[in-house]
Design a protein around this ligand. Structure first.
Ligand SMILES: [Zn+2]
Length: 370
């Protein structure tokens, strides 16, 4: 039951989650009268967000079912990297329908606006079909972009870091039943995206998940780019591993090289990745005890060598965690891979505009003729 009468947004939420798909189920779940529910459904059908389909013909007159219509509009999902920008037009179910990649030595907010508009033109999508824009960025340019590009036409622009969007994408596509998920990215940097109750946990200043700068005991002599010493990332990040392998006479200049060597059977590389997994696992054990996640998903450039990384990680993460905390914990390599970031940007945009309060405002504006 709802405290205030359920609005159109709440009705849409139940339909999207398929928790109630007929009018009688919806009146039961929301406590609304049949006539008020009919108004809510009418608003959603008018917006194109809901279709009413005939129910299965099982004799008698079957109740019509209400379905979410992901083609009611689109979102733009963009991924910004230092020298390219990928823009994907997705429907409201996060399914890509059009994609463009722009390369440039300098990508600033003005360029991003141009790329977004150019993509819409190429895709022949009118601006009023765009409900929202989601953009994945490196942490450095997050705030600049937010300030410079709050809207594209009338659509809100949402910005978040790649690692958070990857976490969101993994949870949304493969781990719906898991409310508390950690996405751990191991590459040049070591970062963590935290999804709690289906939402990204940002922390007070948006820096939550800084796994790479947690200190590893016994490495106080290793300097880190952050200015501190002994950080996990400085000790076992992709750069440190590549350096370690070069010292052993192997050719490795990036985390991708390290992963490739480990996969091709180099015992030195496999050992290095496994030992990195152990160090990450030790830090993760503290996170597991503290946060009690239901799933940990492993991504990043080194996750390509996931068997060695996972083996090391499991050794220490499980050994040092409370048995209750790990009883149902699943640790899994990413299933989305590199596409996760763009999917996550789309999901961020979709969840923003299909949130209950947002849908209620859209309905109200429409009723007022604005
Ligand atoms: Zn550091």
């Amino acid at each position: 039951m709802f405290e205030a009468p359920a609005g159109a947004g709440a009705v849409l939420r139940l339909i999207r989650a398929e928790r109630a798909t007929t009018r009688s189920q919806l009146t039961l779940r929301t406590g609304l009268s049949r006539s008020t529910l009919a108004e809510r459904v009418h608003s959603l059908v008018t917006l194109g967000l809901v279709n009413e389909a005939d129910g299965p013909s099982t004799g008698g007159r079957p109740p019509a079912t209400l379905e979410f219509n992901p083609t009611a509009g689109v979102v733009l999902a963009a991924t910004l990297r230092p020298n390219f920008c990928q823009v994907v037009v997705c429907n409201l179910g996060a399914t890509p329908v059009f994609e463009r990649t722009y390369e440039s030595a300098m990508i600033d907010p003005a360029a991003v606006r141009t790329y977004l508009q150019a993509t819409l033109e190429h895709a022949q999508v009118p601006a009023q079909r765009v409900w929202a824009v989601g953009i994945g960025v490196d942490s450095e340019c997050e705030q600049d972009l937010r300030d410079a590009l709050p809207h594209l036409h009338d659509a809100p622009v949402l910005v978040d870091r790649h690692v958070n969007l990857r976490a969101l994408a993994e949870q949304w596509t493969h781990w719906r039943a898991v409310d508390h998920l950690l996405y751990v990215s191991v590459g040049t940097t070591i970062e963590c995206g935290i999804v709690s109750g289906g939402r990204v946990h940002q922390g007070a200043r948006g820096t939550a998940g800084g796994l790479g700068h947690i200190g590893v005991p016994g490495h106080a002599h290793v300097p880190c780019a952050c200015g501190n010493t002994g950080c996990l990332e400085a000790v076992v990040g992709g750069r440190a591993l590549a350096e370690q392998l070069r010292a052993a006479g192997l050719e490795a200049s990036s985390p991708a090289d390290v992963a490739a060597l480990a996969r091709s059977g180099s015992a030195d590389a496999a050992r290095a990745v496994r030992s990195a997994g152990r160090a990450v696992g030790e830090v993760l054990a503290a996170c597991i005890n503290f946060y009690n996640p239901g799933a940990i998903v492993l991504g990043g450039e080194l996750a390509v060598a996931s068997q060695h990384l996972l083996a090391g990680l499991r050794e220490t993460a499980f050994a040092r965690s409370l048995p209750m905390a790990t009883r149902d914990l699943v640790v899994s390599p990413t299933r989305l891979g590199e596409d996760a970031g763009t999917t996550g940007a789309a999901v961020m945009a979709i969840e923003h505009v299909l949130a209950e309060a947002y849908v209620d405002r859209v309905v109200q504006r429409r009723d007022n003729g604005v």
